[in-house]
Ligand binder design. Structure first.
Ligand code: RNT
Ligand code: ZN
Length: 423
């Protein structure tokens, strides 16, 4: 009987023959698939409770459901879980933090006054685990929002000023992360400002939002260490009728201010495809931030699966030669199943889809298309669905010392028994 490792190597050699017949260099594809950073979000780990003291209820346009056992109760447990997830995830990884994961201890500091020192444990953790950091201001789940979903577009000047200060602090923190780690930190601005019911005035909120953002971004910072992204959204919980930072608003803002535009897979009408937007948006903005997520009927933030949309997104990035113009980050929160498995499954799927795109004979199929040979284009596209990607993936995992195939679930089960169920 062959060992699993031998079997994987045998499969890899077979796959190499198949792909090289199509003109694909498999070793290069594996290297490229591993070196592209994918940013893993901390908030999948604890149902977005965060580490601030006081009210932990999630509010302001998003929600988590589920009550799987072992939800971390503090920063140490959350970091333990992240660390365990990382043992199952191959390739360059960043960690994406939200500002409500600040550890301020007993000090009375609010979000308008956070500094990088409130994240020093995270910074240490990132260094120890060779992770880059990304960052997000938290324009939701806060006492100022109890009487309506408004932050940067608020008509209440005191409130608006509070949130502007928060936005400024987050850039400063992001830049400090970037400098400390020698890696660009992407700071993503998503504001849930909007109305549940039909607005009378759509214009002044948007004008105030743009003004607030301009003020936040007024101080020049080094883009080597920090870049800002603006995330659009169609609607959210309690803001069904009107979202200030809609697609047109956010894309327009990003183009006119030379910012990164963030496309979240769940933030459009279910018949729209993010994949189809990439080559349009990238005509006009320098960089795109992707929030890989999965909407089921609506922006439900389900765990990323290896579905047609994900594969198409990665194909677009590779076919368009856009990998150096995109930041890939994860964004889902499922508390109904093992939270570490969510990370492992989704992070692996995202990198697997990228690997598949790097193994795809784009040039060949583009050539058929340009020759008007649409019959063979379709035949090739269909053939490519069942090429031996799995064999290459298992090899990639083996090379990285990460459990291949379904065996990573054994690990998660063991951790659940030993650590999670004891909480
Ligand atoms: C919400 C947005 C946003 C958040 C994170 C937590 O719909 O997708 O990206 O999920 O900031
Ligand atoms: Zn998002």
């Amino acid at each position: 009987m062959m060992s699993i490792d031998q079997r994987i190597l045998q499969g890899y050699n077979y796959a190499k023959d198949v792909f090289s017949e199509m003109g694909i260099d498999v070793d290069n594809a594996v290297n490229d698939a591993l070196s592209m950073p994918i940013s893993m979000h901390c908030w999948q780990g604890d149902d977005f409770h965060g580490l601030e003291s006081g009210e932990k209820a999630l509010s302001g346009g998003i929600a988590v459901t589920g009550n799987a056992p072992g939800c971390p109760r503090n920063a140490t447990e959350l970091r333990d879980d992240i660390k365990h997830a990382l043992t199952l995830i191959p390739g360059a990884t960043k960690l994406n933090l939200h500002s409500n994961y600040a550890e301020v201890g007993s000090r009375n500091v609010d979000r308008d006054a956070y500094t990088v020192s409130d994240f020093s444990n995270w910074l240490e953790f990132a260094k120890e685990n060779q992770l880059g950091l990304d960052f997000n201001p938290t324009f939701f789940s806060h006492a100022t929002m109890m009487d309506g979903n408004f932050t940067l577009a608020s008509t209440d000047e005191t409130k608006r000023r509070f949130w502007i200060e928060h936005g400024k602090r987050c850039r400063e923190i992001g830049e400090a992360f970037g400098r400390a780690l020698g890696q660009t930190c992407v700071v993503n601005y998503w504001m849930a400002d909007g109305f549940k019911d039909m607005p009378a005035d759509t214009a002044s909120y948007r004008a105030r939002m743009a003004e607030s953002l301009d003020e936040i971004f007024a101080v020049e910072m080094d883009s080597k260490y920090m870049v800002e992204a603006i995330e659009s959204k169609l609607f959210g919980f309690g803001i069904e009728s009107y979202t200030v930072a809609s697609h047109e608003f956010s894309m327009g803002y990003a183009i006119s201010r030379d910012k990164t535009y963030c496309l979240d897979c769940g933030h459009f009408h279910p018949t729209e495809s993010i994949a189809d937007k990439l080559s349009s948006v990238l005509q006009y903005v320098r960089k795109v931030l992707l929030h890989t997520s999965r909407g089921v009927r609506w922006d439900s933030d389900h765990v990323v699966t290896l579905d047609d949309e994900l594969i198409r997104i990665m194909n677009e990035l590779v076919a368009g030669n856009y990998l150096d113009r995109v930041y890939i980050a994860q964004d889902y929160f499922d508390g109904s199943i093992n939270r570490i498995a969510c990370w492992a499954i989704a992070m692996r799927n995202t990198r697997k889809a990228l690997m598949m795109a790097l193994l795809y004979p784009h040039d060949k199929i583009k050539q058929l298309e340009s020759q008007g040979n649409l019959t063979e284009r379709l035949a090739m596209q269909q053939l490519c669905k069942t090429l031996p990607y799995g064999a290459v993936w298992d090899y990639l995992c083996l090379r990285e010392g990460k459990k291949p195939g379904i065996t990573c679930i054994d690990d998660i089960r063991e951790y659940e028994k030993r650590v999670l169920s004891a909480r």
